[in-house]
Design a protein around this ligand. Structure first.
Ligand SMILES: Cc1cc2nc3c(=O)[nH]c(=O)nc-3n(C[C@H](O)[C@H](O)[C@H](O)COP(=O)(O)OP(=O)(O)OC[C@H]3O[C@@H](n4cnc5c(N)ncnc54)[C@H](O)[C@@H]3O)c2cc1C
Length: 528
C-alpha cells in the first residue's frame, strides 16, 4: 500500500491534493483543484504569453455562472466570445466523475423545484427537457426521470431509520412542539411581504424585500435567533445546524439568521407527496451540459488565468496552460468575470473586497463504489440518507433514479462540509490528510449506519474543494461590501459568481451569469 508520489508530483499543476493508492481491498483516489489555483497564483511564476487571440467577449471561469453567461449570449444570437476555465471540463463545483457503475457528482447534485416566479430558470429547464410543460391548472410538469424518485430522504437516529429528516416518532412532546413552532414561523414568513411589497425571502435573493425589520435578521446568527424565540429543542438545533452545513458549508452558529431562514422560506412549501427536487446521477453536471450545449466549441479548459489588464480598447487576459507548457494571451472588448471574488481580486485591479469579508467553506466529497446497495432495516434506502449527529451530511445514492437500484452495484456520494475548524485551518488539515485518512473517516461514518458495509466498498474517490462555497456569515448578505461587489466604472466589465449573492446555489449562479451577459450586451448596444 503506497501513495503514488510520482503521480502526486507530476500530475498537472502543483497538486498538493492529488494521490491514489491500492489497499488490496479497494482503490483510493484523491483529487481537487481549488488549492492549485491558490498556490500557483500566490507565486505568480508564469512565463510571458506566447500568442494573442482576439474576441469581442471573454468569459472567465466556467462554473454555473460562467456557463449561464455563455448560454445567455447564445440565446441572444451572440457568438464572438470564448470561455476560459482552469478545470478540464466546464461546471466548477457542479462537475461530475464516473466509474464502471455510474456517473456521480463531485459537488452540486440537485436543484430544488423552482418557484413559479423564476421564469428564466423555468424556461431553461424546459429547453433542457427537464420541464415538459404546464398542466391545464398551470402547474409545471417535470420529466419523471429527473424528479427525485420516492423515497427521498431518511434520518438515522438512535439506531433506527426514520422517514424524512425529523424522527417525529422518536421525539418527546416538548421537542415536537419546538420544531412545529419553528415550522409554523417559516410558513408565515414564506407568505409574508415586507413594507415594500416584496416577498421577504426570494430567489434570486436580491429580489427579496428590503424591509429593515426583516433585514435585521442578517445581523445575528441563526442559533441566536432560534434561542431568542425560546426554542430549545436539541433535535431542532441539530436539524438547523445540519441544514446550514448542507446548503452553506457552515454550522448554524456561523450563519446569518436571514440566510438560515431563507433556506426554508425562500422556496415553495414542500408538498405532502411527490418530489421536491430535480436530480441526476451526475448531479448538476447534467444542467451544465445543457447550458453548454451550444457553447462547447467556445470552451477552453485547462487554462489558469493569472493576469487581467484593462487597456484603452478593452482587456488583455493571460492564462497558463500546463499541458501545453505555455502561457497565452487573449484580448477582448468586454469581460464577464465569473471567477470567485477571492481569485478575481488577485488578478484584476480595483475589485478587492475588504479583508476578512469573504469566507469560503472547504468540503470533501467521497464517491464510494459498493458491490451492493447498503442493507438496512425499517425505512428503505432513500436518495438522501442522513446520520443524526455525524460530522458528515450522510450520503446520496448516485444510482437512485435507476429503477433497479436495490439490485446491483451502486455509488454512494458522501458529503463532508469541513466545519470543525475555521476554514483556513480546515483547508490545511484537509491538504495533509492521506487517502487512507479519508478512507477511515468515511468508512467509520458508513459503518455507523450499516455495520459491515466496508466489505462491500470497492473503490473510493475523494474530491476536495478548498473554497467550495461562500459562507453567509452575519452581515455579509445585507452589508455594504456585498452591495459594492457588482459595481464597476467600466461598462464593458461584468461580474458573475454565486459569492456575490452570499448563498451558493444553482439558482443564484444562474441568475448572476444571465444578468452579467445581458448587461454586457446592453452596454455594447448589442442586445437582441
Ligand atoms: C460540495 C458542494 C456541494 C454542492 N451542492 C449543491 C447542490 O446540490 N445544489 C446547488 O444548487 N448548489 C450546490 N453547491 C453550490 C454550487 O457551488 C453552486 O450551485 C454553483 O455551482 C456555483 O457556481 P459558480 O459559477 O458561482 O461558482 P464555481 O463553481 O466556483 O465556478 C467558478 C469557476 O471559476 C474557475 N476558476 C477559478 N479560478 C480560476 C482561474 N484563476 N482561472 C480559470 N478558472 C478559474 C473554477 O474552476 C470554476 O469553474 C454545492 C457546492 C459544493 C462545494
Amino acid at each position: 500500500m503506497s501513495i503514488d508520489r510520482r503521480q502526486l508530483l507530476l500530475g498537472g499543476l502543483a497538486l498538493p491534493w492529488l494521490g491514489s493508492c491500492e489497499t488490496g481491498r479497494r482503490s483510493l483516489r484523491i483529487g481537487g483543484d481549488a488549492s492549485r489555483t491558490a498556490h500557483r497564483l500566490r507565486t505568480m511564476d508564469f512565463p510571458k504569453p506566447s500568442a494573442v487571440e482576439k474576441h469581442k467577449v471573454l468569459i472567465l471561469g466556467g462554473g454555473v455562472a460562467g456557463c449561464t453567461a455563455a448560454y445567455t449570449l447564445e440565446k441572444q444570437g451572440f457568438r464572438d466570445y470564448l470561455m476560459l476555465e482552469m478545470g478540464h471540463d466546464p461546471g466548477g463545483n457542479a462537475r461530475s466523475g464516473r466509474n464502471e457503475v455510474s456517473a456521480f457528482p463531485l459537488g452540486a447534485h440537485y436543484l430544488p423545484l423552482p418557484h413559479p416566479s423564476q421564469a428564466d430558470l423555468l424556461e431553461f429547464l424546459q429547453e433542457a427537457g427537464a420541464l415538459r410543460g404546464w398542466s391545464a391548472r398551470g402547474e409545471p410538469q417535470y420529466h419523471e426521470d429527473y424528479l427525485c424518485h420516492d423515497p427521498e430522504d431518511r434520518v438515522f437516529y438512535e439506531g433506527r431509520w426514520f422517514e424524512g429528516l425529523i424522527a417525529w416518532k422518536a421525539l418527546p412532546q416538548r421537542e415536537i412542539e419546538d420544531i412545529r413552532s419553528f415550522m409554523h414561523f417559516v410558513e408565515r414568513a414564506r407568505g409574508t411581504k415586507g413594507r415594500d411589497g416584496r416577498r421577504i425571502f426570494q430567489i434570486p435573493l436580491d429580489q427579496s424585500s428590503r424591509d429593515p425589520e426583516w433585514l435585521k435578521l442578517d445581523t445575528m446568527t441563526l442559533s441566536a435567533f432560534v434561542r431568542g424565540q425560546g426554542w430549545h429543542s436539541r433535535y431542532l438545533a441539530w436539524y438547523l445546524d445540519y441544514c446550514c452545513r448542507d446548503d452553506y458549508g457552515t454550522g448554524w452558529n456561523g450563519v446569518s439568521a436571514w440566510a438560515g431562514l431563507h433556506y426554508f422560506a425562500g422556496r415553495e412549501a414542500e408538498p405532502e407527496e411527490g418530489a421536491t427536487v430535480l436530480t441526476w446521477p451526475e448531479g448538476n453536471a447534467w444542467l451544465v451540459q445543457k447550458l453548454m450545449q451550444r457553447s462547447r466549441d467556445r470552451f477552453v479548459g485547462d487554462t489558469l488565468i493569472f493576469h487581467i489588464e484593462p487597456t484603452a480598447q478593452g482587456y488583455q487576459v493571460d492564462g497558463w496552460q500546463e499541458s501545453a507548457g505555455h502561457a497565452r494571451r487573449w484580448e477582448a472588448e468586454a469581460l464577464i468575470v465569473a471567477l470567485p471574488r477571492f481569485v478575481a481580486q488577485r488578478l484584476l485591479p480595483g475589485c478587492a473586497v475588504p479583508s476578512g469579508v469573504l469566507s469560503y467553506a472547504p468540503w470533501m466529497v467521497a464517491n464510494c463504489k459498493v458491490a451492493r446497495p447498503p442493507q438496512s432495516e425499517g425505512m428503505p434506502l432513500c436518495w438522501d440518507n442522513v446520520p443524526f449527529g455525524s460530522p458528515s451530511l450522510g450520503y446520496v445514492v448516485a444510482t437512485h433514479q435507476n429503477v433497479r437500484r436495490y439490485e446491483s452495484a451502486s455509488v454512494l456520494t458522501s458529503y463532508w462540509p469541513l466545519t470543525a475548524e475555521t476554514p483556513s485551518v480546515a483547508r490545511t488539515i484537509a491538504g495533509l490528510r492521506s487517502p487512507q485518512d479519508w478512507e477511515h473517516l468515511v468508512l467509520a461514518d458508513l459503518e455507523l449506519m450499516h455495520p459491515g458495509i466496508a466489505r462491500d466498498v470497492q473503490s473510493m474517490d475523494f474530491w476536495l474543494w478548498g473554497h467550495g462555497m461562500i459562507q453567509p456569515r452575519p452581515g455579509y448578505i445585507w452589508g455594504q461590501d456585498r452591495a459594492r461587489m457588482p459595481l464597476t466604472s467600466r461598462p464593458s466589465l461584468a461580474f458573475a459568481h454565486s459569492d456575490m449573492s452570499g448563498i451558493s446555489i444553482f439558482e443564484e449562479a444562474f441568475a448572476r451569469g444571465r444578468q452579467a451577459a445581458l448587461q454586457i450586451l446592453q452596454n455594447s448596444g448589442r442586445q437582441a
